[in-house]
Design a protein around this ligand. Sequence first.
Ligand code: 13P
Length: 243
Amino acid sequence: MTKLIVANWKMNGTLKNTHKFCQQITALAQETETKNTLVICPPAPYLDALRNDLKKSDIKIGAQDCSAALEGAYTGEVSAQMLDDIGCDYVLIGHSERRQQHKESNALFSKKIHQALDAGLQPIFCIGESDADYEANRTQDVLKEQLKALENFKKNKNIVVAYEPVWAIGTGKVASPEDIQNTCAFVEKTLSSEYALSPFILYGGSVKGENASSILSLPAVGGVLVGGASLKASEFWKIAIAV
Ligand code: 13P
């Protein structure tokens, strides 16, 4: 099965590095084929450069966030339509860093997902429990609550969900294959029974070249969302071809 391999560069990189990454990944893609779909989500100012550099490749581009509004007096915001306009196919919504640092809520995520779908983008809706929730065995309750943001999108085929345990992000601590499989299967079951959705479920949190194959081989995992290891083309490529 084709897997979805998504790079989230977060607020890292320079224009020079972006061009270098594109040159390197294009060369790697010419050497080895992959059946997987690759998506790169750089910081917004580099989207256009990335689109231009990758236009001859099959690699897609995505944004790390979009506005909950269509247009208007929203200083600093970028609308989903603008992202579509410059060639984005995907947009991350609900990343735990947005939840923690910007106090974004389910109601806001719902609006963002609505804008993304209306603009023809595929939202990648991120969910995940904190360390304290994990330790207290509250993972399933927390995820169920977070998934309520999808209440208005029943049966929508264009939604992707990424499960990223907060305690595994940028820490080098990866969830065990058993936890990843069980939790992704739980998300899948909840989405199908309560929202008639059957999206790709991605796993994210300290994914690297060395653990990508064991994670991507799990039956409930449709792909991965990669932070730190996606900044180097050679490391990201290892993940892209891991299965
Ligand atoms: P790391 O791969 O650096 O743990 O980050 C994961 C992440 O937050 C991707 O969105």
